[in-house]
Design a binder for this molecule. Structure first.
Ligand code: IMP
Length: 194
């Protein structure tokens, strides 16, 4: 059977890498760049679902291929669930990913409540409309930044308790087995492959 051709609504190299590692059998994933398309969508919604839908529906319109998008982020208990849907833009304009993690460490310094979770919503759009698949991964905020240079975004400050390690300290394969994105993508694969 030919692999299902899917357009992947992301320009984020880290996310693309994880998608391609997780959706291995049965899928041929094509990024906007690989399709020769310019893909830019302003994330104007206030929910993961809303933004994932904006991205998958826009890519479906311009590619005419079944399209998937992910909207994800980290929710910190001590910050009332922030940054959540605003994870990619948290803090001040011009902040790097590292600046954002340092900002969260500063905001939560001395707070004994270290609970945090990653959330991922995958939207899938084809001719019959849009469906959603979600994944959640519970963890703890570290007290400092892991300088190893591995992982992306908030991984250097996110501890996964069952392994007693940060996401930046485990292999991509280990992360994909338990991560919010891994969980959501496996649900999606189950749906599509039957
Ligand atoms: P968006 O889904 O493109 O709006 O961005 C999600 C943001 O959440 C990313 O820029 C990262 O900062 C963060 N994020 C989502 N998933 C992960 C992950 O698996 N590891 C680290 N950071 C993540």
């Amino acid at each position: 059977m030919n692999p299902t051709k899917l357009a992947l609504a992301s320009n984020n190299q880290n996310k693309i890498f994880e998608f391609k590692k997780i959706l291995t059998t049965g899928f041929s994933l094509l990024t906007p760049k690989e399709l020769g398309l310019v893909f830019e969508v302003e994330e104007t919604e206030s929910t993961f679902e809303g933004n994932a839908r904006l991205k998958s529906e826009h890519l479906y319109r311009i590619s005419r291929l079944p399209s998937i998008a992910d909207d994800s982020g980290i929710c910190v208990n001590a910050l009332g669930g922030k940054p959540g849907v605003y994870s990619a833009r948290y803090g001040k304009p011009g902040f790097t990913d590292r600046d954002r993690t340092e900002f969260i460490l500063k905001e939560t310094k001395g707070n004994p409540d270290r609970a945090a979770y990653y959330f991922c919503c995958i939207a899938y759009t084809d001719a019959s409309g849009t469906k959603f698949f979600t994944g959640k991964c519970e963890g703890l905020l570290a007290e400092d930044y892991d300088e190893s240079g591995n992982g992306f975004g908030y991984d250097p400050i996110f501890i996964y308790p069952p392994l007693a390690k940060r996401f930046s300290q485990i292999s991509p394969e280990e992360k994909n087995k338990v991560s919010h994105r891994g969980i959501a993508l496996r649900e999606f694969a189950k749906f599509l492959l039957g």
